[in-house]
Ligand binder design. Sequence first.
Ligand code: PGA
Length: 251
Amino acid sequence: MRKPVIAGNWKMYKTIAEAVEFVKRLRPLVARVEHCEIVVAPPFTALRAVCDALRGSNIGLAAQDLHWEREGPYTGDVSASMIREAGCTYVIIGHSERRHGHGETDAMVNRKVKAAVAEGLTPIVCVGETLAEREAGKTLEVLARQFEGGLAGLTAQEFSRIMMAYEPVWAIGTGRTATPQLAAESHGELRRLVSLRFGEAAGKQVRILYGGSVKPENIGGLMAEEQIDGALVGGASLAVDSFTAIVNYRL
Ligand code: PGA
């Protein structure tokens, strides 16, 4: 059984005060949730304060990115050990906003994944095609390239720490969600790639989240798909009510 994960990616939203206020309100509303793991990913500046506010709760903390080096002259970057010290146990890697906005390549994603795993973090590795790639019939090719490049050189044991997120770029922040069937197709393909590369057990165990305009109204249909193990939620994770409704998708 794969335990579902509902993760909120706050992107560049929320001050420290707003982030702490959010989790203080969220905690009691989800205190009894056992059917899924709950994760929030605040901006770097709010990580430590949110970690303190989450102590003793059932909500995990993620960073939105990291640098692969332990330390060094990398202005603006933060390392795996730094985010770990700030209280994170998860880290989002290879989000399309980093790939497209910051020129992040599969090779960089790969170094980040290795650094995160070495530090004992759980990477949430994002892959997904653009609209042009989908329309050109290249979705599976793109997924395979991102998968092979981003996860190159990992052992099956290292891979067992990793979660994946399928986020079609055309569905992120656009209000245009992939249909559950369409998402399930891509998830199935990713699972097949995992089985081929890391063994059948890994393919059965890996959790693959869907991301792209997930809302309280569409989470039920997505989670009904056997292939979909949770959601990486952007916009709808910024309000306590909608994030709670998504967490409670089956209640
Ligand atoms: P969205 O973002 O839910 O606002 O589409 C998802 C994501 O970028 O992870």
